[in-house]
Ligand binder design. Structure first.
Ligand code: ADP
Ligand code: ZN
Length: 709
């Protein structure tokens, strides 16, 4: 009895910490006032440091016999997180099997919450509330739109009606590349603002979509908040507060913006909804596109998923009536879609007629592509070449003993890189004398000086094979003397500013040709770009993933969409060793419907999404035997649970295609089947993880996975 009375005198409160732990911790509430609402930040002692956590309500029955610590300080006057946002993050955390506190830690800007030990300075900054850091806005000159096309008009009126209905309305806006979707998004935002509600606009990558960002900042000026990974922590925090305080009602951002605090959200736009960068591939493995639909549902909002190449899932949802389909078939500029030709690389060898031509042959360039590049440059028009692989050579080996250079902590081959120069101008010596460069791992960034002696047999002359964007750029300046080539990939584009500089120079005609990886497939309008060459369409097809054909179709259609957007007709050449593959054929024929029909039938036959759902259980650890053991134990556990249920199949365990990354071995078990059944199994494994995993092995749960490497 006495004990109980004593407890009644003390108030205990729960707090979520941004750390790997299943639930909230309990603290003593030492102050005279009422404890704060859920979502308020608290400064809390933990071991011998202080940490920022989120209050999670009063704890009515704390465990006995524990010496709880006291809350040190309340950091917010108004709770940082609204009730709605708290509920949404909670939903995401349970959907993706990711601990709530940690999910909050990832959803919030790092300056506002952080698990790391905090100096006094950091705490002051976290407490500071809305600051005054300035953001440089995007500006990209272009003609204003004077009149909408009839298609745009219709789309805008349908969408406005949905927005004013104030009910959950998911819409798929399928508009071919260059059909003027941005203008539709902007009008939709204006409708939502007229209703007094807020808007969230998401883009896959801010740098490549500077043009869209610029149109938005022109339309909404100071009332827009911008959220992307290029911001400083202080800028990010300020943008967040501006939204939280209701000073601006439109947010434009990348993936993580899905968690930003907009009061009374009436509209969410997901541009290029098919883009895989909406999926976070580590830690909190959410898909911002899917979360957009979930959040819109919670907020009774309209959500527009826009794309020129919709994902199979979203299009399926429009066919079965879950999403309303709105289509834009025409380009306002009147420009026709480009002519796409397939170059069958199997027949290209030996096409060179003269000896001189033979001598000048370049491994990656078919004579037909070479001729088109020459003609395009002669007309003073521009060229874009796409290759989804960086570097000068794909791998380096010893011709004497066969040794292949691999990364010592990842089981992947090292690529040869020489220079980080973005723009190449001169042929001859200058281009070639880039020094020996280095061998680099694309996964952990480790690098060796190139080209080393073979460590196995000491042969000093190792050889290289394969090619990446760097090689393509070097070969181009050799083959077409006098031209200026810019390379756009992760090696050269270290900042948004740099990228914008290159894009601007290209637009102004100072660069003749761009060579780039996936980054170049999205976004921009270049009026004088008339030739697009795809160096190898097969690269994205030849990966062991069920969605490889979909990705390939999307990449090809998107990159093709960059050619001939203005008055001059565009031409696209696709080099491939698989010219009959339906992804490539449909992309070449601008035939989304044809591709979809074929793909959806295959998915149904093979039991892949959207017919069945997937959850991937990923085991990683430094000791291979332990990782294998964890996977095997989990398999046994799963088998006992599911008892050969026809609702689900358990595939694996198998080593991941990339067996070891950053010194950790990787195994996976794929659950495929009815969603509630596979969720049930995954959650049992999650709860049991402690006992299923030997020391040092970690389990990551990937719900609706798209990457299986
Ligand atoms: P996408 O559908 O690929 O996102 P954009 O929104 O970038 O296409 O529009 C493509 C081009 O068409 C842009 O240059 C844009 O300014 C222009 N545009 C859009 N709508 C109109 C219109 N009604 N009249 C004239 N030009 C337009
Ligand atoms: Zn590595």
């Amino acid at each position: 009895m006495k004990d109980k009375n004593q407890k009644a005198e003390t108030t205990y409160i729960k707090a979520l910490l941004p750390l790997h732990m299943p639930g909230p911790l309990t603290y003593i509430w030492p102050f005279d006032k009422e404890p704060p609402k859920r979502g308020t930040r608290l400064l809390l002692p933990l071991k011998n440091r202080q940490i920022i956590g989120i209050s999670w309500g009063v704890d009515d029955c704390p465990k006995e016999g524990i010496r709880y610590k006291e809350v040190a300080e309340v950091l917010d006057k108004t709770p940082l997180l609204t009730e709605k946002l708290t509920k949404f993050i909670g939903w995401a955390s349970s959907y993706y099997f990711y601990p709530l506190g940690q999910a909050m830690g990832e959803a919030l800007p790092s300056e506002l919450i952080s698990a790391r030990a905090k100096g006094a300075k950091r705490i002051t900054r976290a407490k500071a509330g809305p600051g005054r850091s300035r953001l440089e806005l995007f500006s990209w000159e272009e003609a204003r739109i004077t009149r909408f096309t009839p298609e745009q008009d219709r789309a805008i009126s349908v969408i406005s009606k949905e927005i004013s209905s104030r009910t959950f309305s998911p819409i798929l806006l399928f508009g071919v590349t260059g059909s003027g979707k941005t203008a539709v998004y902007i009008e939709a935002c204006k409708s939502a603002l007229k209703e007094g509600r807020g808007c969230l606009v998401m883009v896959p990558e801010i740098a490549m979509t500077a043009q869209l960002a610029s149109r938005f900042t022109r339309a909404f000026g100071e009332s827009i908040a911008i959220l992307h990974s290029g911001l400083t922590p202080a800028q990010r925090r300020d943008q967040w507060w501006r939204l939280r305080m209701g000073r601006c009602k439109v947010a434009l951002g990348t993936r993580s913006a899905i968690f930003c605090p907009i009061n009374d959200l009436g509209l969410i736009v997901v541009d290029e909804e098919h883009d895989p960068s909406y999926k976070q591939e580590e830690r909190f493995r959410y898909n911002a596109r899917d979360l957009a639909v979930a959040r819109a549902k919670m907020e009774n909002a309209t959500v527009i998923l826009g794309s020129g190449t919709p994902s199979v899932n979203s299009f399926f949802n429009s066919v079965n009536g879950r999403y309303q389909l709105i289509q834009l078939f025409k380009r306002p500029s009147g420009a026709k879609l480009p002519r796409i030709e397939i170059i069958d690389m199997r027949n290209e060898a030996g096409k060179s007629v003269s000896l001189k031509e033979k001598a000048a042959e370049i491994e990656w360039m078919a004579p037909r592509l070479r001729k088109s590049i020459r003609e395009t440059l002669a007309r003073r028009e521009q060229v874009l070449l796409f290759l989804n692989r960086r570097g000068l050579a794909t791998y380096v080996f010893c011709p004497a003993c066969g040794y292949v250079f691999k990364c010592s902590s990842c089981d992947v081959i090292l690529a040869w890189h020489r220079r980080n120069r973005t723009v190449l101008r001169k042929a001859g010596q200058e281009a070639l004398n880039g020094g020996p460069g280095m061998l680099a791992c694309h996964y952990c960034g480790k690098a060796l000086p190139a080209l080393p002696v073979c460590p196995k047999c000491n042969n000093p002359t190792v050889k290289t094979s394969g090619f990446g964007t760097e090689k393509v750029a070097e070969d181009l300046v050799q083959a077409f003397p006098g031209i200026t080539v810019a390379r756009i990939d992760r090696d050269t584009l270290t900042s948004r500013r740099k990228l914008e500089g290159v894009l601007r120079a290209f637009r102004n005609g100072k660069i003749d040709c761009i060579v780039g990886t996936q980054m170049v497939t999205k976004g921009h309008d270049f009026p004088n770009l008339t030739l697009v060459g795809v160096i190898s369409a097969d690269m994205s097809l030849n990966v062991p993933e069920f969605n490889a054909p979909e990705r390939t179709f999307q990449i090809l259609a998107q990159v093709a969409g960059r050619a001939g957007r203005a008055q001059k007709p565009g031409r696209v050449l696709i080099q491939t060793f698989m010219p009959d593959h339906y992804s490539i054929r449909s992309a070449a024929a601008h035939d989304f419907a044809g591709f979809y029909q074929r793909e959806i039938r295959l998915r149904e036959q093979l039991g892949y999404p959207p017919f069945y759902r997937l959850i991937n259980l990923k085991f990683t650890g430094k000791k291979k035997a332990n990782v294998e053991l964890a996977a095997e134990k989990t398999l046994e556990f799963l088998k006992a649970l599911s008892g050969n249920s026809p609702k689900c199949s358990i595939l694996g365990p198998v080593p991941c295609p990339k067996v070891r990354i950053k010194s950790r071995y990787r195994y996976q078990i794929l659950l495929k089947g009815n969603i509630s059944e596979i969720r049930r199994l995954a959650s049992m494994v999650d709860n049991k993880a402690q006992s299923l995993l030997p020391g040092g092995v970690r389990l990551g749960i990937d719900v609706d996975p798209i990457n299986f490497m």
